[in-house]
Design a protein around this ligand. Structure first.
Ligand SMILES: [Fe+2]
Length: 509
């Protein structure tokens, strides 16, 4: 299949979108507020993380309060939206902001943090123009330039894929961007092959225990997924386009020993010129979740299942268990409520009662597929108000006993958007261990870092949290097997970072 055929099959040719207008006073109001000594209102907690973000954070050395374990040496790379305002133009949705990649080098008893904006084509054009020129995922600008291809909107802001000397900044709907892993300088757009140039490369690649990499791409409205089969170092072995019913927004997937697993939700899409992309997405109440098992050997769909509708961004691990296949799912609140909640959080508005109540629907569950009877069912896992699943990556695709997630305590003020607790489920004990940051913190993803040579689930959880009352970010390290004891070491940065999405830890050689 040549590039034109691949693009055509994904519906990427002839893409166009429209124009509209926006400015915003909210950001300047927030800046004014931040300059007073008044305590920050909880509804401003989330959005205040995007205030006063520099173009880059120069290398900053900070001590941990206790020495790190000798095996925990390496670099945590993280990505997330950082630029939410440019000139008079303001983004309204968390997902819109231009991406900034951070590296946290952990050695002995100190950390070196640095961060740089990913120099995407969009960022460079808009920096020169002094304003946002194109729509964001959730923001429609009345005078936006037309979108001729997905990369026109590429903000490279979701996650990272470290590949030796480089780290890729990943978005979802377009290309990955190459960064120098040491300096975080942007090296250019990643082209895996001429055929896949500009094709969506999603933000949650999965790695088999042997280092084999898998990923996928999609385009809303196309009814197709493209599968990437890659080596550990990122060379493309094969691509395959498959048909699927629901491919309007596909954020994550999973792999098992034999299968690539897609859990596709009934998100509808209506191409329009007068609203943001997020507002073009809807929900088919009568639709089903479609689950596809793609044979890793042939890249063809081998099994299809259906489940009643639910919405989720992220999956934990998945594995085959005899004739069954299990998938851990971080079920979210429904798409519409989630989308409104994010916009309210960015705007510093109080959430509505419906949004608050919908948070209880953000549970974790396990989908169980019976490969013999072709039936699917789900069971609830003991997490609620939960997101950002993390597990031992050495056992990706194979049964794991432990699953960690961010959760939200009942006493966290409703006005605060996000999570304030680390929770870890142990299947053997059938118990959940929790540790709660104070209610003045919004916790970010905590990644699992395995202890060399130790059993599954033995290692550390490493993650950042934003102290919104004091406008500071901390990085904490937990013994994954004793989360309830609190961090074994903490490092308080002298500044705050914008609330981001995902990261990966690379152990030092
Ligand atoms: Fe994600």
């Amino acid at each position: 299949m040549n590039r034109r055929q691949l693009l055509k099959s994904l519906g990427l040719l002839g893409l166009n979108a429209g124009i509209a207008s926006n400015t915003a006073a909210f950001a300047s109001e927030l800046v004014k507020l931040s300059k007073t000594n008044a305590p920050l209102s909880p509804e401003l907690a989330f959005s205040s993380s995007f205030l006063s973000i520099p173009e880059s954070y120069e290398p900053t050395r900070v001590k941990f309060d206790r020495a790190l374990p000798s095996d925990l040496r390496g670099t945590l790379f993280r990505n997330g939206p950082a630029k939410m305002q440019r000139g008079d133009t303001q983004y309204h949705h968390w997902f819109d902001g231009d991406g900034m990649v951070h590296s946290f080098d952990l050695h002995g008893s100190e950390l070196v943090h640095r961060a740089k904006m990913v120099q995407t084509t969009k960022l460079i054009e808009e920096k020169s123009a002094g304003r946002f020129l194109r729509d964001g995922f959730g923001t429609h600008l009345s005078d936006a330039l037309p979108v001729l291809k997905p990369d026109d909107l590429n903000v490279a802001n979701i996650s990272v894929l470290p590949l030796g000397e480089e780290v890729l900044a990943l978005w979802e709907a377009g290309s990955a961007w190459r960064l120098d892993a040491k300096t975080l300088d942007t090296l250019g757009r990643k082209v895996f092959s001429p055929e896949t140039d500009g094709v969506s490369f999603s933000a949650h690649p999965r790695m088999d225990p042997d280092g084999h990499l898998w990923n996928f791409g999609y385009l809303s409205g196309a009814g197709k997924l493209v599968i990437y089969d890659m080596s550990a170092t990122g060379e493309l072995n094969r691509t395959q386009v498959i048909d699927a019913t629901h491919t309007n927004m596909v954020h994550d997937f999973a792999v098992t020993e034999r299968f690539i697993v897609f859990v596709l939700m009934p998100i509808t899409f209506e191409g329009r010129h007068d609203v943001s992309f997020a507002d073009m997405l809807g929900w088919d109440e009568d639709g089903s979740v479609e689950i596809l098992l793609v044979d890793k050997a042939t890249l063809n769909v081998q099994h299809r299942f259906e489940l009643p509708p639910f919405f989720a961004f992220h999956f934990g691990n998945a594995w085959e268990d005899g004739k069954q296949l299990r998938i851990e799912v971080a079920t979210s609140e429904p798409w519409k409520e989630f989308n409104t909640s994010v916009k309210n959080a960015v705007a510093g508005k109080l959430p509505t009662r419906a949004e608050i109540e919908s948070r209880d629907l953000a549970k974790a569950q396990e989908i169980i597929l019976d490969l013999d009877t072709k039936t699917a069912r789900s069971e609830t896992l003991p997490f609620s108000r939960a997101e950002f699943p993390s597990f031992d990556p050495r056992f990706a695709g194979y049964r794991t006993q432990s699953l960690s997630m961010l959760t939200r305590t009942q006493d966290l003020p409703d006005a605060v958007f996000g999570f304030n607790q680390i929770s870890r489920f142990d299947r053997k004990q059938d118990s959940v261990a929790n540790w709660t940051y104070g209610n003045n913190f919004i916790a970010e993803e905590h990644v699992f870092v395995p202890k060399t040579g130790a059993k599954e689930g033995s290692g550390w959880l490493v993650g950042t949290a934003f102290d919104w009352e004091n406008s500071k970010t901390t990085l904490s390290v937990f013994n994954a097997e004793a989360v309830q004891d609190g961090p074994i070491s903490t490092c308080n940065l002298p500044y705050h970072l914008p609330l981001g999405f995902h990261g990966k830890f690379v152990k030092a050689a």
